[in-house]
Design a binder for this molecule. Structure first.
Ligand code: HEM
Length: 120
């Protein structure tokens, strides 16, 4: 039988989640153009801090994520794809309460962003 997947427990697991997720994003023909201006060595550590703050509560992220999305060329289709990759990444590497929490948080922030961007 396969080994059960670990849960998200520490910063190392957050780094795995974020790195694997953005590998998918960067290979996706719909999403990658939206990220063409992004400096990855800067962006990835910001995302480690964001997800550590969300899931581990370490308050390492101090920013306004919504602000960063206002002028991006994104529609509902982009959110759906973003969420699909995020949930698949979680499920490929982790399982447990925190893994479920990560997917729920992503869903709820995505729907908040969509609402604030006045997308359907
Ligand atoms: C359609 C879906 C999405 C796309 C295409 C997208 C794209 C991007 C891009 C291109 C940036 C870099 C902006 C810049 O620095 O110029 C960014 C930043 C960020 N995104 Fe998203 N995003 C999406 C959804 C989300 C969701 C659902 C979340 C949260 C769960 C999120 C969290 C963040 C955070 C925390 C940052 C960093 C903000 C900062 O620099 O402080 N994004 N996103």
């Amino acid at each position: 039988m396969n080994q059960p997947l670990p849960d998200i427990t520490d910063r190392e697991s957050i780094i795995t989640l974020v790195d694997r997720f953005y590998e998918k994003v960067r290979q996706d023909d719909l999403l990658s153009p939206v990220f063409s201006h992004v400096n990855w060595p800067t962006h990835l550590p910001v995302m480690y801090n964001f997800w550590s703050s969300m899931l581990l509560g370490d308050q390492s992220y101090q920013g306004n994520p919504f602000q960063k999305h206002i002028h991006l060329p994104i529609q509902t289709i982009h959110f759906n794809r973003w969420l699909l990759h995020f949930k698949n990444t979680v499920d490929e590497h982790f399982s447990g309460a925190m893994a479920a929490e990560a997917k729920m948080r992503a869903e709820s922030i995505a729907s908040l962003f969509r609402h604030r961007l006045k997308l359907a």
